[in-house]
Design a protein around this ligand. Structure first.
Ligand code: HOC
Length: 389
């Protein structure tokens, strides 16, 4: 039962047992040998805490802001596609959970629910972001972006790590039927290859021709803050800063694109160093924000990212597993667990507020050592099993 679920890993183990194979294959799959998806999580195991003592942690407050908007915890629900594969209500479950827990949801381009359904499902003051896949037909992209702005979306996260689909072999072994209930409306029903999994069927419209100079066009069609999602080295983070963007998400797309891409948390450390050296920036920074996603399963993971300079951290798959296994109650429980973990770990760290979670509280000297870590949790075991087949 749900009361036996004690951490975010548990949802994954249960989801694997109860989800339809096709849905499990799509959500859990990652590129090639699934090395990066494991590294995303394992990298956090190479960072250690340096807690401070006697700092009056009777009350701890882990509320924060993301791009100037309040959040009850320094996390957001990141974009993931095809939400109805796991539950008939799909992403709407996440919209409601975000409202209930005071956090921000990033609406995906490839949601199973329509964009308007997810905006209409939000509370009046609820903040939502939008994740954009850029269409080969820029008129469509312009319409989507301007509609998002009109509907009150507060920031546009442009995905830049997917000029071509990574090979997710678990997913490729499945067929994605035309009548699948998770079918996304935007992609059209014809001329798509449905024989090799969901991702291939839904992604043919994405433009591999996207380039830096297109940013001027984006700036001309919207006033929303622009953030690049999928930056993987300091050079590109620096370029984004120089182009006047509001931030970057240091992400490898949940390990689903380029296998052997490094973890977001490792890229974070690199970006903080180089943006300080080359532009004098310190982090967290209100004007240019760094976000991380991939492999986050514990509040301690989030606190490590915050200490290293992230403004907030995106969490994706765990919420999909939570609602696939338990419906809305699962997501509620997942967020409650994170809440409890924040409270306890901030006390133990000696940080009464998120601003007190500073660089000196972590030892990241081994972060880039690329030791193959073998964490004994379900994320590792799940993928290890897959690799044996
Ligand atoms: C070529 C673009 O984000 C996923 C989704 C959709 C894939 C788009 C890839 O499955 O990771």
């Amino acid at each position: 039962s749900l009361s036996e679920i004690l951490n975010l890993h548990d949802f994954e183990s249960i989801a694997k047992e109860v989800m339809p194979v096709k849905a499990w294959a799509y959500y859990s799959s990652a590129a090639d040998d699934e090395i990066t998806i494991r590294e995303n999580h394992a990298a956090y195991h190479r960072i250690w805490f340096r807690p401070r003592i006697m700092r009056d942690v009777t009350n701890v407050d882990f509320s924060s802001t993301i791009l100037g908007h309040k959040t009850s915890m320094p996390i957001y629900i990141t974009a993931t596609a095809l939400g109805k594969l796991g539950h008939p209500d799909g992403e709407l479950i996440l919209t409601r959970a975000a409202a209930q827990h005071g956090i921000i949801q990033m609406i995906p381009t490839l949601a199973s629910c329509s964009f308007d359904e997810l905006v209409d499902g939000a509370q009046p003051e609820q903040v939502q972001f939008f994740q954009l896949y850029v269409n080969k037909d820029r008129a469509i992209t312009k319409r989507i972006v301007q509609h998002a702005e009109t509907r009150g979306i507060k920031a546009l996260f442009i995905t830049v790590d997917a000029p071509q689909l990574g090979r997710r072999e678990k997913d490729m072994r499945q067929k994605f039927e035309a009548e699948d209930p998770a079918e996304v409306s935007k992609t059209g029903k014809d001329n798509v290859d449905r024989s090799q999994g969901a991702a291939r069927a839904i992604s043919s419209f994405i433009d591999p021709g996207l380039k830096w100079s297109d940013l001027d066009w984006f700036k001309s069609i919207t006033k929303m803050p622009l953030i690049l999602k999928g930056v993987q080295c300091w050079e590109d983070a620096l370029e984004a800063y120089d182009q006047g963007l509001a931030g970057v998400v240091l992400s490898n797309h949940g390990g689903r694109q380029l296998d052997f891409a490094r973890s977001g948390i490792e890229i974070l450390a690199e970006c903080v160093k180089h943006l300080k050296e080359k532009r004098g920036l310190t982090f967290p920074n209100e004007k240019f924000q760094l976000f991380v996603d991939g492999g986050v399963r514990r509040a301690t993971d989030v606190l490590k990212a915050i200490a290293l300079g992230a403004s907030a951290v995106g969490i994706g798959r765990p919420f999909l597993y939570a609602y696939s296994a338990y419906g809305p109650d699962g997501v509620d429980r997942a967020l409650q667990i994170l809440h409890d973990e924040f409270e306890m770990n901030m006390r133990l760290l000696g940080a009464p507020t998120i601003k007190d979670v500073v660089r000196e509280m972590v030892d990241a000297s081994n972060l880039s050592s690329h030791v193959v870590a073998v964490p004994s949790d379900s994320l590792f075991n799940t993928n290890y099993e897959v690799m044996q087949h």
